[in-house]
Every structure is written in structure tokens, then in C-alpha cells.
Design a protein around this ligand. Structure first.
Ligand SMILES: [Fe+2]
Length: 148
């Protein structure tokens, strides 16, 4: 599944990888879980801004609707983020399931809507490349597809 832009596909792969790590750490202690959750939220926030910048650059007509979807997610997750995740196993599982389901649904379905608008848009690719990378595992910036 591709949204038509390698930099955003790379973000999505990173987010899916973080979800899998979160899933694997489900029964770990609070500190381990929180560390992964903090990284996931930080990366999602970075990615949302990059994606919105890309949509704006190519004049995607539904950018405000898409932005509102991102903000709704962020507001909900920040509320959970402030809570203790290991106090109640049912609440913790509910948080993890929501994150997993929302991100998968969003990446696989909702993000696909902008694909036809960004895939051949030079300004959109330039906007994506301008963000560089927040990936702590990356030893170089996100590649610019226009220079590849
Ligand atoms: Fe999105």
C-alpha cells in the first residue's frame, strides 16, 4: 500500500513498526510501555504535520477535514498519555487497541484519499523532503524522491 510518496510511506512503515513494538510490549512494565508510547505519539505528531504540509502544497481540497481527523486523534491520545497506563489492565488494553486500530485504519484507508493529488505533484514532494527525519534509528535524512 502506497500513498504515492516514499517519504510518507516510510513514515507509515515506521508507525506500523512502532505499533508492533507496542503490541509486543503490552504486558511489560509501565516504564517500557510508556517509552514506546511516547515515541509513537511523537512520531505520529511529526508525521501528521508533514502529511498536512504535503496536502497543502498540492492543493488537496479535503486538507481541513483530514487535519481535523489528525487533531481529534491527537487530543484523545494526549488525554490517555497523561494517565497511568498500568493501573487498570482493561483500560491499558483499550488504549493500545484504539491506537493500533486507528492508525491502521487511517493509514490503509483515509490516507489513500490524497494519493491521486500528491503522486505527481512536485511541490508536495518538495514539502515532504523539507521535513527531514525524526526517525531515531535513521542515520541519514529521509531520501528526497526527486533527487533519487
Ligand atoms: Fe493522515
Amino acid at each position: 500500500m502506497s500513498v504515492g510518496m516514499e517519504a510518507l510511506d516510510q513514515d507509515h512503515r515506521k508507525l506500523i513498526d512502532m505499533i508492533l513494538r507496542l503490541e509486543a510490549a503490552r504486558s511489560n512494565d509501565r516504564a517500557a510501555l510508556r517509552e514506546i508510547l511516547d515515541s509513537l505519539i511523537a512520531y505520529a505528531e511529526y508525521h501528521f504535520f508533514r502529511e498536512e504540509s504535503v496536502m497543502e502544497a498540492c492543493g488537496y481540497p479535503d486538507v481541513e477535514t483530514h487535519r481535523a481527523i489528525h487533531r481529534q486523534f491527537a487530543e484523545r491520545v494526549y488525554g490517555w498519555h497523561a494517565d497511568d497506563l498500568d493501573g487498570d489492565p482493561v483500560a491499558r488494553d483499550s488504549v493500545l487497541d484504539y491506537l493500533k486500530d486507528w492508525l491502521r485504519h487511517h493509514i490503509l484507508l483515509e490516507d489513500m484519499d490524497y494519493r491521486p493529488h500528491v503522486v505527481d505533484c512536485l511541490e508536495a514532494h518538495q514539502a515532504a523532503a523539507a521535513f527531514g527525519s525524526l526517525d531515531p534509528d535513521a542515520d541519514r535524512p529521509v531520501p528526497n524522491p526527486l533527487r533519487a
